[in-house]
Design a protein around this ligand. Sequence first.
Ligand code: NAP
Length: 285
Amino acid sequence: MAAIINGKDVAAKIREEVAADVKKLEQQGITPGLAVVIVGDDPASKTYVKNKKLACEAVGIYSEEYALPANATQEELLTLVHQLNKKQDIDGILVQSPLPDGFNEQLVIENINPQKDVDAFHPVNVGRIMIGDYSFLPCTPAGVIELIHAAGVEIQGKRCVVIGRSNIVGKPMAMLLLHEHGTVTVCHSRTEHLAQICSQADILVAAVGKAKFVKEDMVKEGAVVIDVGMNRDENGKLCGDVDFNSVEKKVSFITPVPGGVGPMTIAMLLKNTVTAAKHQAGIVD
Ligand code: NAP
């Protein structure tokens, strides 16, 4: 039976560290500020934005929310982003994804000042992650690395398999594991012999977006399994990409859904916002 890696606990510890950092900055007259932009009224996005705002408040980060209607234009959104780029009390900008149809999300990301890009999606930050010289880590993959560390698992030399190659999870995840000296394989929808490749992984990260996709026969005995997925099962219940009940019996560590990777994403966003504030104030850690 696997040990459960509790993302809520690890995230709580990171939030405490962030709150302590914010206090120190306050003594120097600096209050980190985050602007969250939402377009349209997708209920899930609204919940994410609300949670991010509450999380900011809890650690002392100043936050602003900008809600544009679904019929706003790309130009209006870009104008807002440019205003936020210049705003002195805002250190981090996050445009909640997905944007409604008709918006060019990549163009919006590319208009965010890379120094305020706390999601680390701007090509400048993506490039920095590639070469290993980065200020911001993409929140979800960075959260996964923290969870592996929290479990006391060494990544160096391990065979790591990432299922998924999206720009926001799979690709940066593979890159961070590589920086930690893992031997990394990235799988996707065209991968042949997927189960066989996964079953050789010492560390398996699932970022597929398919409920209970990873079954017992796809994991190695004693592996570490990190489940990034956030899906609904046949009963509408939140579940991950891993079939938790069967896989859990075979592996050494596993993250649950909910309560695994999810809480880490917001914690890492808070951390990135503080990093952005420090950099903009000329403070180097
Ligand atoms: P995505 O953009 O849809 O990417 C899914 C990836 O899975 C793609 O690379 C796709 O391959 C691959 N894939 C799909 N079907 C497959 C199959 N049958 N076999 C192998 N690979 C397959 O999703 P995402 O944005 O990366 O998110 C992945 C999951 O993580 C979702 O459930 C999402 O909700 C969740 N998520 C959670 C958090 C969090 O904070 N916990 C944050 C972000 C995302 P192709 O590239 O070939 O299409």
